[in-house]
Design a protein around this ligand. Structure first.
Ligand code: IPM
Ligand code: MN
Length: 361
């Protein structure tokens, strides 16, 4: 198979984890006889430095053209005091919207080798296997009106959480479809005791649920969900929720797996005529400027995102499984980065990438 992949390393540790993800992608292609045409472009803070904006037109054109996009992370401390519209993060929001990737799949699972890295007791974490489906192109991240206006005591900041029926229905369907291939349980998370937006969310997903009588649906308020994630994480199979709730809950979910560095994600939207998903693949973690450039960031989230890309965008299930199995083998071998608290000397980012390639064989 031949495919075009756009690589967007972005900022901070995005650069070093993406390098290892690409190493694994190249290795898989060589082993299984595929040809990946890679192009690299700018996104985030580095794009602001080099072009004046976080999502240059050239990056946008390349992303629209590519079969899939692999992203590292965005965010740099020198932009911390700027308004959202001028920050590196704006580039990420821009590419998500431009590709129309409305469903962000964030799988959270426990690994035997990492049980002791989790802050929760082993028996709570052992066997956790859920997927958080975060709505990614709507809600409060994109809603209008937004902004800061006025001055003095009446200076006011405004954001708007808004969803249409169609936006709720499509991400709901995606969640039910995923659940069908898993334990057939969807938990919808909202704040319908306070927010009208959540009341519509609940109404629409209840309607969509009628198309999936074989899948069980329950509802949790987001505050309760945050609590259940640490009290009883094994109760969850597919969790679906709006953009900001999903952002927050998935960071919480990530520590169940031992470290936020472990979590991959797949953002998918429309299907191409071939049936493949238009996809943006990125680790859940951020740019971690405090450890950037030190070769100690955990590349598993980025490498896992390559596995997700092989699976969702290219239908290469065997190759995806090979990457996942290799990651698990490396975890079991203990050659892991410092965040996973290995017994011996922590491995570097590059050593982990190499070890995954060796384990693929
Ligand atoms: C994430 C990140 C982003 C988000 C930031 C960097 C804009 O936290 O992907 O979870 O909030 O979506
Ligand atoms: Mn986040």
């Amino acid at each position: 198979m031949e495919f075009n992949v756009l690589i967007l390393p972005g900022d901070g540790i995005g650069v070093e984890v993406t390098r290892e993800a690409v190493r694994v992608l190249d290795h898989i292609c060589a082993k299984y006889g595929h040809k990946a045409h890679l192009k690299e472009a700018l996104l985030g803070g580095i794009a602001i430095h080099k072009t004046g904006g976080p999502f240059p037109a050239e990056t946008e054109a390349l992303a629209r053209d590519a079969d899939a996009t692999l992203m590292g992370a965005v965010g740099l401390p020198e932009f911390d005091n700027l308004p959202p519209s001028q920050r590196p993060e704006k580039g990420l929001l821009g590419i998500r919207a431009c590709l129309g990737v409305f469903a962000n799949l964030r799988p959270v699972r426990s690994y035997a080798a990492l049980l002791d890295s989790s802050p929760l007791k082993n028996h709570l974490v052992d066997g956790v296997d859920m997927i958080i489906v975060r709505e990614l192109t709507g809600g409060i991240y994109y809603g209008q009106p937004r902004g800061i206006s006025g001055e003095g005591d009446t200076e006011r900041g405004v954001n708007t959480m808004t969803y249409t029926r169609a936006e709720i229905a499509r991400v709901s369907r995606m969640s039910f479809e995923l659940a069908r291939n898993r334990r057939k349980k969807v938990t919808s998370v909202d704040k319908s005791n306070v927010l009208e937006c959540s009341q519509l969310w609940r109404k629409v997903i209840l309607e969509v649920a009628k198309e999936y009588p074989d899948v069980e649906l329950d509802h949790l308020l987001v505050d309760n969900c945050a609590m259940q994630l640490v009290l009883n994480p094994k109760r969850f199979d597919v969790v679906v929720t709006e953009n900001m709730f999903g952002d927050i809950l998935s960071d919480e979910g990530a520590v169940l797996a031992g470290s936020i560095g472990m979590l991959p994600s797949a953002s998918i939207g429309a299907r191409r005529p071939s049936g493949a998903w238009v996809g943006l693949y990125e680790p859940v973690h951020g740019s971690a400027p405090d450890i950037a450039g030190q070769n100690k960031a955990n590349p598993f989230g980025a490498i896992g995102s390559v596995a997700a890309m092989l699976d969702y965008s290219f239908g290469l299930k065997e190759e995806a499984a090979a990457v996942n199995a290799a990651m698990e083998a490396v975890l079991n071998s203990g050659r892991v980065t410092a965040d996973l608290k290995p017994k011996g000397t922590p491995a570097t980012t590059a050593q982990v990438g190499q070890a995954v390639c060796e384990a693929i064989g």
